[in-house]
Design a protein around this ligand. Structure first.
Ligand code: ADP
Ligand code: ADP
Ligand code: MG
Length: 658
């Protein structure tokens, strides 16, 4: 076996690879950029090599620097993780020429499958059903319009070299193509350094189901069943699970067989993924093959017990696979949530910054047959930088049943506490609590269907209102006990949202007994001290965790997807409180605000100009994506506050209407 491996990646995937290497007794080398000098991966690796400035194009993507780092440390092989150089055939060839092993498929397979246009051509030849469309490159906007009209709207414009949901646009009509083609092309150029675009039919409301394949250098190929990744936002996966609630045994076998046939056709010799879109009727079409380890591989590992990184290392070393298809079985159910640094309450805008608090749930066997796994590459105090992927961690749960895995995810998300930047945990918790998700009726439109106005959290259920009222009472008691220990009061008015309730609280047997109307709540095992942001306890026999913040005359409490301002008032101040007029928010309806920090690419209006609803006002680039900002009403431009090339903060006024 190899004695030393270099990991040409960063973040959670570098950490994940180090863990397997340690278990296998292999030494690790991690390369790092300026932005990652103090990272967890750097701390965990046996050796590290500095490779330059933060932008990936000057560090992680520079093959020369990776090769030099291999030479310097005497590593025998390179694991590329995902992203960066993982699907770069010339990098794999270069390593081979230098006598270094690439831990991934052979370059021929990367070339044949790594490019969407090429892989579609290949799949057509191999007799695999592909999404209808034009299997070739588009020259210009006029060509794009012609092809789109041949295929019939809606169509999807896709960067051939694309990945991670970037470089994709849906076009519903000619205007969308005319606007979208240049945008997608420039996005492809800036994200992937390759501006080839192709067009295929857009399949409405499909499901995304993919097959994990694994091959060795002796001609053995197996599949490790499917993952369903239909919960997506902007074509980027958010929640994944294995197996898929859609598939029956026959479809599973048919998809598995096609995936294995495709893999065999390119002599696939590592871990890879064959992606399909599937109809609700279980019809399926090949989408692309990802010739690398996939972000969501943990769910497959959890249901099969196979360590995919270990298998990649073994097959790269030339070992023969020690199991065959008949040895693989699906065991139980696994869910994965991608915890992103994005603010779900503000249109999921990227929200980079420091992890002022980072406290993940307990991992491993947590009881009731549940396993929790958190793949992360950050610690409290670390920064999620603007230079790389905004993923904070991947939280996975396993249980014998789908329902069990969903419940476990809900609980694990409750116990995940992050502060300092926007994060999508409340959103993920909302999905876990939705009846439609629990019923398994998924589609890639799920988020659009269920949150048409964006995400504002979920309204409290009666049980949640009780829970939060109980928490507020307990906190109020603890604060009072500290401030005025001889004052005791048992009768309070609790204002939770719009509801006023009279509640009485008494300490009994180390817990609190709360009476309201004819109901009795019992709060026990309270773990909270004034100043703490997380409150843990047990309500009527069930453990829970909420996030708490002090606010005027009370608290802001979040349980899962529900946030509520809860005030605990004496009966007299409750009366006074009801007489106060509600506050009004500032009027920003006449302004176009920057929705996120970014760079102004263009300002498309001038002072005094009349603008109609829907017209482009400005283009903003952030996180490698171009965002078109449009007028939300007709009007005349009064002030233009920025110019192209300016860096702007979130909520900065760009343009003001009269
Ligand atoms: P796909 O959407 O094609 O199935 P994934 O969602 O697994 O792919 O990953 C999306 C793309 O973004 C991949 O090409 C992967 O290389 C890259 N990527 C995703 N997350 C990260 C990350 N945390 N660090 C580096 N690259 C990433
Ligand atoms: P990426 O390399 O970014 O993962 P994919 O081709 O896999 O690109 O597409 C990403 C996602 O976009 C898919 O998971 C699927 O949800 C959606 N998608 C892609 N192609 C189509 C299509 N033709 N019709 C409908 N949805 C599609
Ligand atoms: Mg994909």
């Amino acid at each position: 076996m190899f004695s030393k491996i270099l990991i040409a990646n960063r973040g959670e995937i570098a950490v994940r690879i180090i863990k397997t290497c340690r278990r296998m007794g292999i030494k690790t080398v991690v390369v790092y950029s300026e932005a990652d000098a103090d990272s967890m991966a750097v701390e965990m690796a046996d050796e590290t090599v500095f490779i330059g400035p933060a932008p990936a194009s000057e560090s992680y993507l520079v093959a020369d620097k990776i090769v030099a780092a291999v030479r310097e440390t005497g590593a025998e092989a390179v694991h590329p993780g995902f992203g960066f150089l993982s699907e770069n055939a010339s990098f794999a060839r270069r390593l081979a020429a230098e006598g270094i092993t690439f831990i991934g498929p052979n370059p021929h397979a990367i070339e044949a499958m790594g490019d969407k246009i090429e892989s579609k051509k290949f799949a057509v030849k191999a007799g695999i059903s592909v999404v209808p469309g034009h299997v070739g490159e588009i020259d210009d906007t006029a060509h794009a319009v012609r092809i789109s009209e041949e295929i019939g709207y809606p169509v999807m414009l896709k960067a051939s070299a694309g990945g991670g949901g970037k470089g994709i646009r849906v076009a519903w009509n000619r205007q969308d193509v005319e606007e979208g083609f240049p945008a997608v092309r420039s996005e492809a150029k800036s994200s992937f350094g390759d501006d080839r675009i192709f067009i295929e039919k857009f399949i409405e409301s499909p499901r995304h189901i993919e097959i994990q394949v694994l091959g060795d250098k002796h001609g053995n190929v197996v599949h490790l069943f499917e993952r369903e990744c239909s919960i997506q936002r902007r074509n980027q996966k958010v929640i994944e699970e294995a197996p898929s609630p859609l598939l029956d045994e026959a479809t599973r076998k048919a998809m598995g067989d096609q995936a294995v046939a495709l893999a065999r056709a390119v002599q696939y010799d590592s871990a890879g993924t064959v992606e399909f879109v599937a109809g609700q009727d279980r019809s399926f079409f090949f989408l692309e093959m990802n010739t690398r380890l996939q972000v969501e591989h943990p769910v497959t590992e959890l249901i099969t017990g196979v360590d995919l990184v270990e298998q990649m290392i073994r097959s790269a070393y030339g070992e023969r696979m020690s199991f065959g298809q008949q040895d693989l079985k699906i065991n139980g159910w696994a869910m994965e949530s991608r915890i992103y640094a994005e603010d779900p309450y503000r249109g999921f805008l990227p929200s980079i910054g420091r992890l002022v608090r980072y406290s993940p749930p307990q991992e491993g066997d947590v009881g009731d047959g549940v396993i929790v796994r958190n793949d992360a590459g950050v610690r409290e105090g670390d920064e999620i930088s603007m230079f790389y992927d905004p993923m904070i961690s991947k939280l996975s749960t396993w249980a014998p049943t789908r329902e069990g895995a969903i419940d476990a995810m809900g609980r694990a998300l409750e116990d995940f506490h992050i502060e300092g930047l926007g994060q999508n945990i409340p959103f993920l918790a909302a999905v876990m609590d939705q009846a439609r998700f629990r019923s398994g009726k998924l589609s890639t439109n799920y988020i659009k269907d269920e949150f048409p106005e964006g995400f504002q959290g979920l309204p409290p259920t009666d049980a949640q209102r009780d829970l939060m009222s109980g928490v507020a009472l307990a906190m109020q008691r603890a604060l009072l006990a500290r401030a005025a220990p001889d004052q005791t009061r048992s009768a309070w008015v609790v204002v939770a949202g719009a509801l006023h309730q009279t509640m009485s609280v008494t300490a009994v047997d180390g817990g609190l007994t709360i009476l309201t109307g004819d109901r009795k709540l019992r709060l026990e095992d309270i773990q909270w001290r004034p100043g703490q942001a997380v409150f843990r306890a047990n309500l009527d026999g069930r453990d829970f965790t909420v996030a708490v913040k002090p606010a005027a005359e009370g608290f802001v409490i979040r349980h899962r997807a529900t946030t509520l301002r809860v005030m605990v008032l004496s009966p007299r101040s409750a009366e006074l409180h009801q007489m106060l007029p509600p506050k009004k928010a500032a009027d920003t309806s006449k302004m176009v605000l920057s929705p996120m920090p970014g760079l102004v690419v263009s300002i498309d209006v001038a002072q005094g100009q009349s603008v109609r609803t829907g017209e482009v006002v400005a283009v903003l680039e952030a996180m490698k994506m171009q965002n078109i900002l449009r007028a939300e009403r007709d009007g005349v431009v009064k002030v233009v506050s920025v110019k192209s090339g300016d860096s702007v903060a979130a909520d900065e006024v760009l343009v003001e209407f009269a």
